[in-house]
Ligand binder design. Structure first.
Ligand SMILES: C[S@@+](CC[C@H](N)C(=O)[O-])C[C@H]1O[C@@H](n2cnc3c(N)ncnc32)[C@H](O)[C@@H]1O
Ligand SMILES: [Zn+2]
Ligand SMILES: [Zn+2]
Ligand SMILES: [Zn+2]
Ligand SMILES: [Zn+2]
Ligand SMILES: [Zn+2]
Ligand SMILES: [Zn+2]
Length: 464
């Protein structure tokens, strides 16, 4: 059941994102669209669709790539107008002035309209029928994510907010690593924590939730879409460029917690561009540390696109999601969400209450993880101790059994050979890569070229 939360659209498993130059793609309200290919049994057709919304009801841009040039032009013009409408009426500077006036008032005099997501200095009667928040503390002003109702549509913003404990743990990791500049992409809780508490750090928030315009000034928040690296306002792009330049290419980290149903390929492209931008600032070509927060079972997909991101054992907890918490309401094994990072695990100390140091792996792992001598690793992924299967030659979940028909370990009550292919490669049905870079296809080519069959692969599976 829980896995359903993270599934793409049910029929998305035959849709791939194609690499394309985003600048030449038509735009929807959320900036340049992405080019997808849809495969049916007997054909493949390409189309453009919104990068940010995974539900046509939220953004209905759709254009077949093989439509006539005329149709292409007509649609582009129409949507360019939509785009202008979409950003109209937001005056970030004016909102910042209002915020400062509100800050100067006593908490009892402050009024926030939840319906319009603005502070009210006058014309309160116009908002009579709206949801009003009165008496706003300084703490609340500094922590908008605690005032704003989470936009928890899993097909768009999917706002799941870190618990205070997890926020502090992430900040502590950053402190220990001596980071001074934090690029927060879709992590408002990290940003507001730094802004409110950390004299020694500076941060910038890039997020698609425009309500943050009301709470952060133009140098602290940029309205942004991470799936196409798009700033809704040109000034935002400028502010971000300046932020990166001011770091001098030193002591900087990027932390992101994207919607779990989102496509990984476009995000990976975005982070590659930002890494590149950062590398240009520091002449030494230093690598930008990235902390990407994602469920443990997305590890193969993530590794496929960003192989230098390795998973830490730390379980990231959330306030507004019972499955992502520890304790009686949550999963038995605790939250399934982890940190993936390109920073060496041995440099990252995890909290001593639930984590321990493995002297063989030379890194911090969760208390229930145990070191497998055969794998030479602390092998648990999901928060339970794994067991080693000599046939699979690896550690597997403790409740799995080796199935001879499937030639692999899997759940006891599975239907043989009907493994879930969702989110997997069209060719070999395994997770973590597309057909275009499927090792099976590679292998077939190599075999053909070599003109001989390789026998006795250890991990041979029926589906091969
Ligand atoms: C899973 S929540 C992460 C929040 C984080 N756990 C925190 O507490 O700070 C996803 C965040 O990404 C933002 N987001 C969703 N889609 C986005 C997009 N296309 N571009 C940028 N930000 C996006 C949401 O508004 C939200 O803040
Ligand atoms: Zn859109
Ligand atoms: Zn209102
Ligand atoms: Zn170990
Ligand atoms: Zn093992
Ligand atoms: Zn096995
Ligand atoms: Zn089986």
């Amino acid at each position: 059941m829980k896995q359903n939360l993270f599934k793409d659209d049910d029929n998305n498993h035959n849709i791939e994102v194609l690499n394309s130059d985003l600048k030449s793609n038509p735009k929807c309200c959320h900036g340049p669209t992405l080019l997808f290919s849809r495969r049916t049994k007997d054909s493949t057709r390409k189309f453009y669709a919104c990068s940010a919304c995974r539900d046509r009801k939220l953004c209905n841009f759709f254009l077949w790539a093989d439509e006539s040039e005329q149709a292409f032009k007509r649609k582009s013009e129409l949507w360019n107008k939509e785009l202008l409408n979409y950003v109209k009426g937001i005056d970030h500077r004016k909102l910042f002035v209002t915020l400062n006036k509100i800050k100067a008032l006593q908490p009892e005099k402050r009024i926030f309209c939840q319906t319009c997501s603005i502070f009210l200095l006058k014309n309160v009667e116009k908002h009579q029928d709206h949801l009003l928040l009165k008496i706003i503390s300084n703490y609340q002003l500094d922590h908008p994510s605690e005032i704003l109702q989470p936009l928890d549509n899993p097909k768009k913003e999917a706002q799941y907010l870190f618990s205070n404990k997890s926020t502090e743990c992430i900040i502590n990791i950053f402190r220990n690593l001596k980071y001074k500049f934090v690029i927060c992409i879709g992590t408002p809780r990290i940003h507001e924590y730094i802004q409110a508490n950390c004299e020694d750090m500076d941060s910038i928030l890039l997020d698609i939730d425009k309500r943050y315009h009301t709470f952060f000034g133009p140098l602290e928040f940029c309205w942004y879409n991470s799936f196409n690296n798009y700033f809704f306002f040109k000034e935002g792009q400028q502010v971000f460029n300046d932020f990166v330049r001011n770091t001098n290419g030193d002591n900087t980290v990027l932390v992101t917690d994207p919607p779990f149903g989102g496509r990984i390929e476009p995000l990976a492209e975005t982070f590659k561009s930002i890494k590149q931008q950062y590398r240009q600032v520091n002449n030494e070509g230093r690598n930008l540390p990235i902390f990407w927060i994602f469920p443990y079972f997305m590890e193969p997909q993530l590794q496929n696109f960003l192989p230098d991101l390795k998973m830490l054992d730390y379980k990231v907890e959330y306030d507004n999601h019972p499955l992502f918490q520890n304790g009686p309401k949550g999963r038995k094994q605790g939250s399934p969400v982890r940190i993936f990072t390109n920073v060496e695990a041995k440099l990252i100390k995890l909290p001593e209450d639930s984590y321990k140091y493995c002297k063989f792996c030379k890194k911090w792992v969760s208390n229930e993880n145990s070191h497998c001598k055969l794998c030479n690793d602390c092998t648990s992924k999901n928060g339970e101790p794994y067991k080693h299967c000599t046939q699979c030659e690896k550690c597997v979940k403790p409740n799995w059994k080796h199935c001879n028909a499937c030639s692999r370990c899997t759940q006891i009550n599975h239907v043989c050979q009907e493994l879930s292919f969702l989110g997997s490669c069209f060719q070999c049905k395994q997770a973590g890569h597309k057909k275009s870079n499927c090792p099976q296809v590679e292998k077939q080519h190599t075999q053909k070229r070599a003109g001989k069959r390789k026998k006795g692969s250890k991990k041979k599976r029926k589906i091969e």
